[in-house]
Design a binder for this molecule. Sequence first.
Ligand code: ZN
Ligand code: ZN
Ligand code: ZN
Length: 378
Amino acid sequence: MKAGMQAVPVPFTSEDYAARMARLVDQAVDAGLDGVIVTPGPDLVWLTGYRPTAVTERLTMLFVAPNMRPTLLVPILERPDAEAADGASAIGMTDWVDGTDPYEAASRLLQPDGRFGISDSAWAMHLLGLQSALPDTRFGALSQRLPMMRALKDDNELGRLSLAGAAADATFEEILKVRFAGRRETDVAADLARLLRECGHEQVDFTVVGSGPNGANPHHEAGDRVIERGDAVVLDFGGLMHGYGSDTTRTVSVGEPSRELREVHEIVRRAQQAAFEAVRPGVPCQEIDRVARAVIAEAGYGERFIHRTGHGIGVTTHEPPYMVEGEEQLLQPGMCFSIEPGIYLKGRFGVRIEDIVSVTASGGTRFNNTDQALQVVE
Ligand code: ZN
Ligand code: ZN
Ligand code: ZN
């Protein structure tokens, strides 16, 4: 799939944004909150379609609470941009002028003795400003109070995630054709970034190329190491397309793989498949982690699987729900997340396989569908 060939999703309407804000109010009330304060970042984009061109020290805040129209407080000079957002007609707008106190303006929109959730990405200076303007108000992090706020995707969102997944798959098919041996990891990473954009992404978030021993470090991005024949190479890449994320991993072999690499790769593939088959509504998130981990532990590599099995994806590439021990949240249709087990052999090589999966009425469906068999590159 190349640029220009993919379907274009239907734009979100102000009704879509109004529905999200209405659902947020219900969830906030259920969680014992008097309302929610949203600052520029993924929460604001998801609720209103508004993405300020530059996030500056000037206060911008959306207030969503029962029995009031959701209201965006913006610096007066940014008001025209905010009014152009897709969801602008679903919100009221008020502004403040340089030289006046924005926290005083914000405090008029808040219940003085209330409890509010506030975006994780709010600047500390803004939260401190609100706290001193409203000493009896209590604030909590939205990720703690309403972790599932963006977790259930509607059909339009699922369509976008599916398109992003298909574009990441097309990127993988193309990267199999490039030369690996004799080139630096950063060269292959640059190829991945270029291909993601050619396949329709507007933003590239990460291009991990972990060759040989670097693949055993799951946080390695890409470095100066020259890739050699015989290396296993972990390729983990993704970004945003039509505002929604992709994130997929395949591990390839440069030239014929060793028997050990084949064996380890097959264990990871079986773990990924088993976890995928466990996906259905009503299953706790931690169960997906346990299923993947059990396959790897039974094969004797339990200590070498050193991270959680997956994370949610939506308007960001990492968000709740997390597939991790201790997460008892039940899967529901419309949730989307990664399943990405791995085995990391320090100083030698690593293997990870990752697909984005969405929960359906009766099971799960994959948004990444490239062959999971170990691919050989040149
Ligand atoms: Zn990934
Ligand atoms: Zn991931
Ligand atoms: Zn990741």
